[in-house]
Design a protein around this ligand. Structure first.
Ligand code: NAI
Length: 286
């Protein structure tokens, strides 16, 4: 049987989640995605209308098939935690069962189990503010959406993951080095995500034989990255200073994720794997 993957954080064909889905599909995996509720409508409509068909093409010429799209809001664990204003929000009212617990239950009901879990989502409402000007709420929101969301996904999906399975998240070098402009507590959120990768590798490894790794990716012009506002500068900086002077493609991150999710990486867990043209290894720009 081929592997089954659930990829949380796909809402268009520009981001890392989409590229990871493609690489996994090219390797023969069945693809399920979790899409942020407010983005669900436009994503499903675009898929249906063939807007992504060009980007669905796999190396063998066939089109990536997304077996099912689940609405998801990873800042809520169960229906009891959803506040009234969200429940009654027009963008949420049209969908049901989008808390993490309910999505895991739905996937179990529909498919029984999965082998691969990918977390490709982040949100920091105050990301454009320096840390020194970030509010408590903004900081906590960044941690909730970008770090705890992974803990919650793992907590609820591990019970339906087959032993030998793998989980992957996406992180950024701002967790360990100063990257001015990556504010709002997002640098802190990525540091938490990387630390949790180690602890969760231990816990999920011992208990369920599940591997947990994170990819520290270089800059990509995704929707989320454009909202931060400095992405073109970061891409130029990397082009100038990285050991490999080429633009990073989402596919390169997708391929690394497919490797990490595969039996080829069966002894790799608790790792931060850099897929950034080597920029992390530089001490000074030259
Ligand atoms: P993206 O915009 O394609 O992906 C972010 C996704 O998160 C979007 O689909 C958005 O709808 C979803 N999302 C936001 N809040 C959510 C919530 N509460 N529940 C469920 N989904 C939610 O952008 P990108 O850049 O591909 O981001 C994917 C991951 O890659 C993120 O963790 C990001 O921090 C990381 N990353 C991105 C880099 C870049 O330069 N683009 C560099 C290094 C890491």
């Amino acid at each position: 049987r081929g592997k089954r993957a659930f990829i949380a954080g796909v809402a268009d064909d520009n981001g890392y989640g989409w590229a990871i889905a493609k690489s996994l599909a090219a390797a023969g995996a069945e693809i399920l995605v979790g899409t942020w509720v407010p983005a669900l409508n436009i994503f499903e409509t675009s898929l249906r209308r063939g807007k992504f068909d060009e980007s669905r093409v796999l190396p063998d010429g066939s089109l990536m098939d997304i077996t099912k799209v689940y609405p998801l809001d990873a800042i809520f664990d169960c229906p009891e935690h959803v506040p009234e204003d969200i429940k009654n929000n027009k963008r949420y009212a049209g969908s049901t069962k989008w808390t993490v617990k309910e999505v895991a239950e739905s996937v179990k009901e529909d498919f029984g189990s999965i082998d691969i879990l990918v977390h490709s989502l982040a949100n920091g409402p105050e990301v454009i503010k320096p840390l020194l000007e970030t509010s408590r709420n903004g900081y906590l929101a960044a941690i909730s959406a970008s770090s705890y969301s992974f803990v919650s996904l793992l907590k609820h999906f591990v019970p339906i993951m087959n032993p030998g399975g793998a989980t992957i998240s996406l992180t950024y070098i701002a967790s360990e080095k100063i990257i001015p402009g990556y504010g709002g507590g997002m640098s802190s959120a990525k540091a938490a995500l990387e630390s949790d990768t180690r602890v969760l590798a231990f816990e999920a490894g011992r208990k369920h034989k599940i591997r947990v790794n994170t990819i520290s990716a270089g800059p990509l012009r995704s929707r989320a990255a454009k909202a931060i506002g400095f992405i073109d500068m970061m891409i130029d900086y990397s082009l100038e200073n990285a050991p490999l002077q080429k633009e990073l493609s989402a596919e390169e991150v997708g391929n690394a994720a497919a490797f990490l999710a595969s039996p080829l990486a069966s002894a790799i867990t608790g790792a931060v794997v850099y897929v950034d043209n080597g920029l992390n290894a530089m001490g000074v720009g030259v």
